[in-house]
Design a protein around this ligand. Structure first.
Ligand code: GLU
Length: 307
């Protein structure tokens, strides 16, 4: 199709996109909240008193500094979202970060969030920019050589997001010759590259840019974890849909600096305690649960030996 012939369609899609964004911003009744759940409905986490973790260099530095620096995402609905007007972060990953901070003796106002893209997580942990990372971060052996992981605290699976009017893509085997977008440095990107080489892979720093490209017909599909895609689909239900079954296992972990086993194991204990006392489920129900998927049973914690 020529550029001029494509223009009206692109304009039409842009109009729809603007309408969707506008509706989300206005928080239309009956639609999911545009900027994450209301603060009042979020659980409060009991802050550990007199908590000490002298064997952790990361914790010791944070304690001296007086606050924690936590790396997160800012454009993933229900998981990690930043309200540009207030700078407030919300979502399931943000709640996990807050409850972990509380278990380490840091109240909510002593947690500073910093947005870090998928491709920059290992470097941010290695150079001490952040104390830990909570943002749809899959635990795998390759990454374990560079960083440590507490958890997992959630099990996701790779999936596909397409336009509502798409009829030809039902799973990764339908991607031959199709333009597929994912985030640079992510496991879904790697999997398409390795297992579906006939797909035309496009990558950006963030999934929200991929979704914009999908809505404007620049790509045919976006691929990443179902938990992330369900959020985008829920925000634009008339334009987007998640198709097929998840085709991988993506266990989400809390990234910590490599070698800080004291911090890793303290976070494992904290996760287990918060799952037992109901905080994990409350956090899920107030965030990711709003996308319509009921709370699953959290996966078993993996306290792997130090390497
Ligand atoms: N969970 C996958 C990963 O860690 C995809 C999501 C993301 O990029 O954060 O690479």
């Amino acid at each position: 199709m020529s550029r001029t012939a494509r223009l009206p369609r692109v304009l039409a899609v842009l109009t729809v996109l603007l309408a969707v964004l506008f509706a989300a911003a206005c928080g239309k009744e009956g639609s999911p909240p545009g900027k994450g759940p209301a603060e009042s409905r979020l659980p409060e986490y009991e802050v550990a008193k007199d908590f000490q973790l002298p064997d952790s260099p990361t914790w010791t530095r944070a304690k001296k500094r007086g606050y924690l620096r936590v790396g997160v995402k800012e454009d993933q609905p229900y998981l990690g979202e930043r309200d540009p007007a207030t700078g407030t972060y919300s979502g399931f990953d943000i709640e996990i970060a807050k409850m972990m901070a509380a278990s380490l003796g840091f109240p909510q106002d002593k947690v500073h969030f910093r947005t870090i893209a998928s491709a920059n997580r290992e470097t941010a942990l290695q150079n001490g920019q952040i104390d830990f990372y909570v943002g749809t971060y899959t635990i795998n052996d390759k990454r374990k050589k560079l960083v440590g992981f507490a958890g997992p605290y959630y099990m996701a699976g790779q999936s596909l997001l397409v336009r509502k009017n798409e009829n030809d893509i039902h799973g990764p085997e339908d991607l031959d010759g199709k333009r597929v977008c994912s985030a640079t440095g992510s496991t879904p990107y790697q999997r398409i590259k390795a297992d579906y080489p006939k797909a035309i892979l496009v990558s950006y720093d963030t999934y929200s840019v991929c979704v914009d490209n999908l809505l404007t017909y620049q790509v045919d599909a976006v691929t990443t974890d179902d938990a992330i895609l369900i959020g985008y689909a829920a925000k634009a239900p008339n334009e987007l849909k998640v198709v097929g079954r998840p085709f991988s296992e993506e266990p989400y972990g809390i990234g910590v600096p490599h070698g800080d086993n004291a911090l890793r194991l303290a976070l494992d204990d904290a996760l287990e305690a918060r799952e037992k006392n109901g905080d994990w489920k409350k956090a899920y129900d107030a965030t990711l649960g709003l996308s319509g998927v009921p709370a699953p049973k959290p996966p078993a914690i993996d306290r792997y030996p130090a390497s």
